[in-house]
Design a binder for this molecule. Structure first.
Ligand code: NDP
Length: 274
């Protein structure tokens, strides 16, 4: 069965639209340089904002901008009426992404990448959770897929996806194994997975012989090759062996966008409570 992230995301956004419509929320997106993929992702965020009547403040800097100038912008956004701030990655090496993310007021940190929000996630405390991880849990919940007690294998350990989804799954009582590029014999682990989450960006890394029959497959990866999008999972050969599977595109991607809107609303509530 296909896990239809697009459909679920539309349902979430239509519910949120009513709540958000008249709140005058603002999303600020900071971009440094002109990375092609970043332009695509920022465009998706702009469309989301148009759909939900959210002001979109795109702050685009040249590649040679100094760290101080970006920090100054974050300071001013922290003080003004901006509801949510996010730093579009990647950014150039002369600038420390973590420093910028930690400068964002944690109540405006809609990406959930500030140390305060990361700590809250690890310590099971309420906080803003990274969008992709949150979207995956929402998708599993919407399809009533049980998490507690399941063997979940996460392939990828990035701060953006692998680590937060692993922490969320632990919080939901799964037994979590995290694999990465230094894992020896990846298939030995993936074959044990009731739920497999692939987040590497390597086209078709996960093949049919690496999964268990009736496993749930969540494909986060996106690789663009010759203008075509591919996931980390060899979808065509895996789909009939799995019980549930996300397509690429149309699976985790739209759930990430829906979670961003949810995080923005959460940021609004957190700031209102101040
Ligand atoms: P990163 O490049 O930060 O992390 C990739 C991870 O994959 C690393 O932990 C790396 O291991 C691991 N890895 C690389 N090669 C292998 C391998 N051969 N076997 C096992 N593990 C491997 O990427 P992100 O986490 O930011 O993103 C992952 C993918 O998800 C990308 O394709 C990205 O475009 C996509 N993405 C999709 C989103 C969506 O909404 N659908 C949102 C965010 C990302 P190591 O740590 O050892 O280097």
């Amino acid at each position: 069965m296909i896990l239809d992230g697009k459909k679920i995301s539309e349902e979430i956004l239509s519910d949120l639209k009513e709540k958000i419509n008249k709140l005058n929320l603002t999303l600020a997106v900071i971009q440094i340089g002109d990375n092609q993929s970043s332009n695509v992702y920022i465009n998706q965020k702009k469309k989301l904002c148009n759909k939900l009547n959210i002001d979109f403040n795109h702050q685009k800097f040249p590649l040679d901008i100094s760290e101080k100038e970006v920090l100054d912008l974050i300071d001013s956004l922290n003080k003004d009426k901006t509801t949510g701030i996010l730093l579009q990655l990647p950014i150039p090496n002369q600038i420390n992404a973590e420093k910028l993310q930690n400068r964002i007021n944690y109540k405006k940190d809609v990406d959930g990448l500030n140390d305060v929000n990361k700590c809250n996630l690890i310590n099971n405390k309420p906080g803003i959770v990274p969008c992709t991880a949150k979207g995956i849990i929402t998708l599993l919940n919407k399809y009533d897929i049980e998490i507690a007690g399941k063997n979940v294998v996460v392939v990828g350990r990035s701060n953006l996806v692998g680590k937060p989804i692993s922490n969320l799954l632990l919080k939901k009582d799964a037994t979590v194994t995290v694999c990465h590029s230094k894992t020896k014999d990846l298939a030995k682990f993936t074959l044990e997975a009731d739920i497999l989450i692939a987040a590497t960006g390597i086209k078709h890394l996960i093949t049919s012989s690496m999964i268990r029959k009736d496993a749930v497959i969540i494909d986060v990866g996106i690789s663009k090759i010759d203008g075509k999008l591919y996931g980390d999972v060899d979808f065509e050969n895996v789909k009939n062996k799995s019980s549930y599977i996300t397509p690429v595109p149309g699976g985790v991607g739209p759930m990430t966008i829906a979670s961003l809107a949810e995080n923005l609303y959460e940021a609004y509530i957190l700031q209102k409570e101040e």
